[in-house]
Design a protein around this ligand. Sequence first.
Ligand SMILES: [Fe+2]
Length: 311
Amino acid sequence: MIEYRFEPLNPTHTCKAYAIRPRDSSSVIIVDPQLDHLDYYTDYIAQEKLDLKFIIDTHTHADHLSAGAALKEKYGAELIMGEKAPAKCVTHRVKDNDQLLFEGIPIKFLETPGHTADSISVILPNEILTGDALFLDEGGAGRDDLPGGDSVDHWETLVKLKNLPEELIVYPAHDYRGRIPSSLGKQKLTNPFFKIDTKENFIEFLEDLILGPADWMNGILKANYNCSQDPKAAWVPLDSPSCEVMGTLDPDLEKLDVSGISTQQLEEQLHSHSPKSFILIDVRSKKELSGKYLQHFVCGGTKRLCHGSYR
Ligand SMILES: [Fe+2]
C-alpha cells in the first residue's frame, strides 16, 4: 500500500486545485492552481513548511488564469503539461502513459484531448484528476468548442477513461454544484457523457447543446499561452460555469423545486383558473423541435404568453 496525502485545495471554489504529498516528506505537487488564489497557495506552502517540486496544469485553461508560471518562478518548481501545450514556461511535456515516480508515489499521465488538444489526466494509485475531460455526474464534461477543442478526440478520450480501473475516484478541474467526487464506475452510471453509445451519437449530442458565449475566453487563453503572472492580464467573470456544458448557471437553483413538465401539462397549467407562478425553461433539443419529434401546444386564453406552436 502506497501512503500519500491527496488534498483538494480551495474546495469551495468552482475551479479545483489539488495537492499531492508523500506521507513523510515536505515535498508537494500542486495541480491546476489559479492565479487569483496565489496567496492561498503561498500561505499553504508556508504554513505546512512545504517544498513545491512540481506544478501540473491539466490543460491550457480558458476560463481562469493559471498560477503555474508564478509558482514556478517563486519556488523554482518544474511545470508539467501535455506535449501539445503551447506555453513556453512549461519545463516537462508529458505523453500518453508517461510516468513520474514522485518520492515513491507512482503518477501516470494520460493524453485526454477533446476539451483542448493539450489535455492530460493524472492518475494516482487511488484517484484520477481528469481536468475538463470529465466532470462529475450530470456536470458532464468540458466544452469542445474552444480553440483546440475536438469532439471526436473527446469521444476517444471517454472510451479511454471508460477502460481504466473503475475504483479510481474522479477529481475534475471544475465543479459548479458542490458534487461529491466519486468513482469512475459511478460516473459510468451518472455522467451523461459516459452514457452515449456511439461516436456519431456523441457528436450529435454535442452539436445539439446550446452553449454560452466564449469570446471572453480568448484573452485568458492568450494570457495562459504567454505564461502571464499578471492577475489583470485578462478579464475573468466571477465563478462563471463557463467550461461546463451541462448543469445550470446558479448553484442556488438546486434549492428550487425544478421538475419536468410535458407540453400537455403545460397547456393544462396555462388554461387553469388558478395557475401557479412558475418560470418555464425550454430544454428541448433541436431534434425535439423538428420533424416527427415536433411537440407543440396552443395557449388558448393566455395569448399574452404564447400563440400557436411553442418554440
Ligand atoms: Fe478548461
